[in-house]
Write a protein that binds this ligand. Structure first.
Ligand code: NI
Length: 272
């Protein structure tokens, strides 16, 4: 950021820490997901919207390989349908100094029953533009990760706009965190599309949509099946996410997940 000055105001210095209730922890253990109604302050939420808009305005020109559309081939032109930015903390290190981050890490530590300081994290931002924002199909986050390692992790997702089933709130399948990693493929069975989807349909009639006001947050296990709807509204749906995990452990035997290798090859082959 030092060589790219912006008009963004400094991070507001606010303090607010939330307590994690036993009910929240219990719901995470039973269902594989939970939520809190609020995780940050109004002042900080306003600042995070400025950061978010500034980063998405840069697109590939400013962010390189860390910006891409999750729902279309890497080199597709035209309008993005589900753009993602990886590791925004590399551009804006203050994201790690926020009430949002501290509360998210404390909740993740409680859900994982690990000390705060043992958790590593990385962030991403996913945009779902009005009217054209693509669905995120049913998937498990662990399907994206190294099949040679095991993980003790939790994913946090915070909308910067109010979310419901019409603009892409998170929808989870309770209890699905007890499943193995299911067979996935890249969306449309094209490894040049980053997003993953499960291959065989599952019964999602018991799925729970978590409507939230801006600044609320969901937490989910890396094997919990989840999805988000298209954005059918004229409203924006901006979301910041972070993964919290202890150091991954190498497995004696690598799991069989051919979509991971196919996707990595396509990712590495991208031309900008
Ligand atoms: Ni996911």
């Amino acid at each position: 950021m030092a060589d790219d000055p912006t008009d963004r105001p400094p991070l507001p210095r606010t303090e607010w820490s939330i307590e994690v209730s036993d009910e929240t922890i219990e719901q995470f253990r039973i269902d594989g997901f939970t939520h809190v109604d609020r995780i940050t302050t109004d002042e900080e939420l306003a600042w995070m919207r400025l950061v978010y808009d500034e980063l998405f305005a840069r697109r590939q020109a400013g962010l390189g390989h860390r910006y891409f559309d999750l729902a279309r081939p890497y080199e597709a032109g035209g309008h993005d349908l589900l753009p993602q930015i990886l590791f925004p903390e590399q551009d804006v290190p203050e994201l790690r100094d926020t009430v949002w981050y501290r509360n998210a890490r404390a909740i993740a530590a409680a859900l994982l029953d690990e000390p705060d300081e043992s958790l590593h994290s990385w962030g991403h931002m996913i945009d779902k533009p009005p009217r054209v924002g693509h669905e995120t199909p049913w998937h498990q986050d662990e399907a994206y990760w190294d099949p040679g390692q095991s993980f003790h992790a939790v994913g946090m997702w915070m909308p910067l706009d109010d979310v419901d089933e019409t603009n892409g709130c998170m929808t989870f399948l309770p209890g699905s965190h007890r499943l193995d990693v299911l067979e996935h493929r890249h969306i449309g069975d094209d490894p040049a599309v980053h997003g993953l989807e499960i291959v065989d349909p599952v019964d999602t009639s018991a799925a729970v949509a978590v409507c939230l006001a801006a600044g609320g947050a969901t937490f989910h296990h890396p094997r919990t099946l989840h999805a988000t709807s298209p954005n059918r509204t004229d409203r924006r749906r901006r979301a910041c996410a972070a993964e919290f995990q202890t150091a991954p452990v190498d497995l004696a035997e690598r799991a069989e997940r051919p979509w991971v290798d196919a996707g990595r090859a396509a990712f590495d082959d991208r031309k900008l």
